[in-house]
Design a protein around this ligand. Structure first.
Ligand SMILES: [Zn+2]
Length: 69
């Protein structure tokens, strides 16, 4: 019966090591996109997808127009 316990322990250790390595690989990468918030509805969007007007950032063209009115 001892061999079964050793095998179970080995599998458990392998699983823990695999889980720890997996979590370190999926950690946030440096150089992640800069996020800005819409001046009108406060929605958070990546800066390169934001609609820019008069130095302000908006989630869409409609909100940029509504805020300027
Ligand atoms: Zn918006």
């Amino acid at each position: 019966m001892k061999i079964i316990f050793l095998l179970a322990a080995a599998v458990l250790i392998w699983w823990i090591v695999r889980t720890l390595r997996g979590s370190s690989v999926s950690a946030p990468k440096p150089g992640i996109k800069n996020v800005v918030s819409c001046e009108y509805c406060d929605l958070h969007i990546p800066e390169d997808e934001a609609f820019k007007q008069n130095g302000h950032s908006y989630c869409c063209r409609e909100h940029a127009q509504k805020d300027s009115n």
